[in-house]
Ligand binder design. Structure first.
Ligand code: ADE
Length: 234
């Protein structure tokens, strides 16, 4: 039996997908951690969705909650594949449009600056591998691919932008590389599915653009994730 585990930061990003598959909440499965488990059986396999959970009445976003959720999900659920699914910022200069869905072809951190061009820098960047079937899946579903670039802030400072562009980043999020870090430690493959809510080089306030497009991007994310599940869990 296959097990696929989605790790998602915001409930709004996962809700359309959870409803489409009628995925049940398993209350307090990860207590005392805030992470929330949803599960469903699909064609004889397990489909899990793990949300980071909430604090201060808001969804927990960022690298630390993503690491905790991924760590506990792998230890308790033993998935064959982790899917880091959610929204991201894209770049107009790289052809991104609002609500486009991409498959990740790599994952780096863009805000872990330790020193110059040495092994600390290599560790800081991360540069984690993706599931080997990612390119074939993107091709089959007609999706673009791009490098996920992760930091702990929604905004983009000039130094972040320089690092993102220097390393070919295209999909700016707050969790992807953190999920990739834990998956690499356990040797569990990770697939990235990211929908664009805002354009980092579009000149608009990121938070306003993100908030306005969250619903539309979560809907295209659902459509693509349904296609992915029917490919992977036949
Ligand atoms: N999630 C959605 N848009 C984002 C952005 N611009 N930066 C980081 N995370 C995001």
């Amino acid at each position: 039996m296959k097990k696929i585990c989605y790790i998602v930061a915001m409930e709004a990003e996962a809700r359309p997908f959870i409803e489409a598959y009628n995925i049940r909440l398993v209350p307090d499965f990860f207590a005392p951690l805030p992470c929330q488990l949803y599960e469903a059986e699909v064609n004889g396999s397990w489909l899990y969705v793990v949300l980071n959970g909430r604090q201060h009445e808001m969804d927990l976003v960022g690298c630390e909650p993503a690491c905790v959720a991924t760590q506990v999900a792998i230890q308790r659920l033993h998935p064959d594949l982790v899917v880091s699914s959610g929204t991201c910022g894209g770049f107009k200069m790289k052809g991104a449009n609002i609500a486009d869905v991409y498959i990740g072809n790599g994952a780096i951190f863009h805000d872990r600056r330790v020193s110059g061009d040495d092994e600390w820098n290599v560790q800081g960047l991360g540069n984690y591998p993706v599931w080997e079937g990612s390119a074939e899946l993107a091709d089959k579903l007609g999706l673009k691919m791009g490098k996920v670039t992760t930091g702990s802030s929604l905004d983009m400072q000039p130094i972040d932008r320089d690092i993102i562009l220097e390393h070919g980043g295209e999909l700016k999020d707050m969790e992807g590389a953190a999920v990739g870090f834990v998956c690499q430690l356990y040797g569990v493959p990770v697939l990235y599915v990211k929908a664009v809510t805002d354009l980092c080089d579009g000149g608009e306030s990121t938070y306003e653009e993100f908030s306005r497009n969250l619903k539309a991007a979560s809907e295209t994310l659902r459509q693509v994730n349904e296609q992915i599940i029917s490919e992977l869990l036949r």
